[in-house]
Design a binder for this molecule. Structure first.
Ligand code: FAD
Length: 309
């Protein structure tokens, strides 16, 4: 249903119409969503998802938008974000239980403060617990799959608890699909030596500061690493460091990061990705596969679309 065909009075929820999406992402490009819902509980979340279904409105979930390019045309549907109780973090025995919208680095901090180890890899990943599960985020040899125990997923059908096997976690992928929202995630951790945990956190943060761009508009890895190699090395070898299209450029610090400057568009970013992938292939490398997701105006979240080679 087109936005013009509805107005706020016809919706039972507090939906924000015509909401800008660029500020909800770390690269800060892209247009507006017809509707934005900030859900504070699983009850409200399910109600919003049901409203979207009966209204025939597509949905997209946005966490911290730290691995997401929003289309310049925005999204003709409902964007769902989590807040309130769904941002909460609690520690129970050896478990850290997070709302899907909780900050992953904050969960890492809570685990460390409770003397629990197994989440340190997430210290510098600026996403949410739900986004981390959906992407099977990881770094420094660790990932979500290592400690996730169960999640509560919401959809228009209601709430459902999924275990590790149901999530089918692989390299930066999971079985979570567009109409499912990770509302709660439980990580099972191990008691560890607090001083050793603290040291690991400082070491990982230090590594980040020295190898990745800081204080810029970016979204983390552009492409996944091909088997036995790194996308950053391949892009650098193909001469892509600092390669620029419009207002987007491959970072001079790490070639598998894109930096956006003022006036950058999603189309600049996609065109730069396409050129980087073409150059790697032309220099004898593999076809790089985008890691970053794309919010398409009609189709919702999909892998970043690049033209055929
Ligand atoms: C500086 C920087 C460094 C980074 N380093 C790393 C790294 O080392 N390792 C790594 O893996 N990633 C890294 N990233 C990428 C990103 O932080 C992760 O992929 C993160 O897990 C994405 O979480 P998010 O909440 O921001 O998700 P978003 O970017 O908002 O969304 C990403 C995907 O997850 C889905 N999603 C989000 N929330 C939910 C939910 N609650 N339920 C269901 N689906 C959901 C979205 O629909 C989308 O498909 C980095 C990003 C930046 C900016």
């Amino acid at each position: 249903m087109a936005m013009a065909a509805m107005d706020r009075r016809t919706t039972p929820l507090d939906l924000e119409p015509d909401a800008p999406l660029a500020p909800l992402t770390s690269i800060r490009v892209g247009g507006r969503a017809d509707w934005l819902c900030t859900a504070r509980s699983t009850r409200r979340l399910v109600a919003a998802l049901r409203w979207a279904r009966v209204s025939d409105v597509p949905i997209a979930v946005v966490g911290r938008g730290s691995n997401l390019i929003v289309s310049d045309e925005g999204f003709r549907g409902l964007v769902v974000r989590l807040s309130g109780a769904l941002n909460h973090i609690s520690v129970r025995s050896n478990r850290v239980i997070c709302g899907g919208g909780a900050s992953l680095p904050r969960a890492v901090q809570r685990a460390a403060a409770a003397g629990l180890e197994g989440l340190e890899w997430g210290a510098s990943i600026p996403g949410t617990a739900g986004g981390a599960v959906a992407m099977n985020a990881g770094a420094h040899g660790g990932d979500v799959a290592e400690s996730i125990e169960w999640v509560v997923v919401c959809s228009a059908e209601g709430r459902e608890r999924l275990g590790l096997a149901d999530l089918e976690l692989g390299y930066r992928r999971s079985a979570i699909v567009g109409h499912q929202v990770v509302a709660i995630a439980s990580f099972a951790l191990r008691p560890g030596d607090p001083a050793a945990i603290k040291d690991r956190l400082s070491e990982f943060r230090g590594q980040r500061r020295s190898t990745q761009p800081q204080g810029v508009r970016t979204f983390g890895s552009v492409f996944t690493n091909p088997e036995g190699d790194s996308a950053g090395r391949l892009l650098e070898a193909a001469g892509c460091k600092e390669l620029t299209v419009g207002r987007a450029r491959f970072s001079p610090v790490h070639a598998n990061f894109i930096e956006a400057s003022r006036g950058c568009t999603a189309n600049d970013v996609l065109a730069l990705m396409a050129e980087g992938r073409r150059r790697v292939l032309a220099s004898g490398g593999p076809v790089l596969v985008p890691e970053v997701r794309y919010l398409d105006p009609e189709r919702g979240v999909i892998p970043a679309p690049l033209p055929p080679l």
